[in-house]
Design a protein around this ligand. Sequence first.
Ligand code: HEM
Length: 304
Amino acid sequence: MVYVHTEGGQPEEPRWADGGTYMVNMKIAQNRAAFSSLPDDGTRDTVIGRLKDGTRLDLKGANDDPHEEPSDVPELLPPNAHVRKAGPRGQHDDTEIFRRGLPYADVVNGRVEVGLHFCSFQATAAQFDTVFNDWMLNQLFPQRPDGSIPGIDALMSTATAHGPLVEVRHAGIFFVPPYDQDGLAAALTAAAGPSRRRTGRLAINKVVVSPGNPGKRFERGGFTFEVRDSAGKTTVPNSQFTTQTNGRGVCQADLTVGETYQLVEVSTPRPVEPTEPIIFSMDKPNKHLRVENRIVEPNPGYTV
Ligand code: HEM
């Protein structure tokens, strides 16, 4: 889930990237005056969805050990609590990141500023993009049975008379090359040279868009594809695959380099305009396609 595996979930990456990882780094200032100004500890716990000792609010008394939590969707948590938005569980557990926060203190214009260096590692940028943009900053996620709108992550959106709780100062996404005991140059050149592979894999990123509202995000899991020959008549054995909730899908069939194929979307989990079959050439062993659907309006928002 952290490292690039060109023989596994990231066949589109170059071979030198094998064992590397994508790193997200955000410097986020925490406004202590704003957090303190919230009415009481109960309100502060609701922003996060946990007590200070780590116990999840909906598991108080039932399961006090954060390491032993069930994998069920925490329906009873406030829908905009930070852990509800960032860790929705259930079917969304197929999108994972490895994260740590390191507190910082700076002196800015003669005043002390404190905050968090947020750092996460993941094998694809799609994993972070889904947690941050599809979930935390998406007003419609998680979809509520009563149709109410959960709103953006409370940690990122709560406004007080003393300002917002947090402010992102800097953010970046970087590629961390794989480790080689002989150094960086050795890591990057070890797998260099033209590939002699005769077969390769196909990876796709599913994107669902609303033409009237390009910033809107939708559920991207559950789209099923198969690969057929160039005429679209014969299905390549073992080529059917389904996207994860981060929109990633990898075809497990070995496709012949130099051949032309068709990618066919065989089922969609919700009302979208169907994607026409995509004709593609395996011009290299690490093939990647972006597959876009337009949502049919009116739509049920962010559906699960
Ligand atoms: C100043 C900013 C932030 C603060 C103070 C903060 C604080 C917290 C706290 C207290 C928890 C619960 C304890 C834990 O699981 O470690 C948590 C969980 C989490 N946070 Fe943050 N966080 C911040 C920013 C972010 C950002 C930018 C992301 C972006 C991906 C993020 C993703 C997560 C995730 C995935 C969890 C685990 C949720 C779960 O599955 O229980 N956080 N955060």
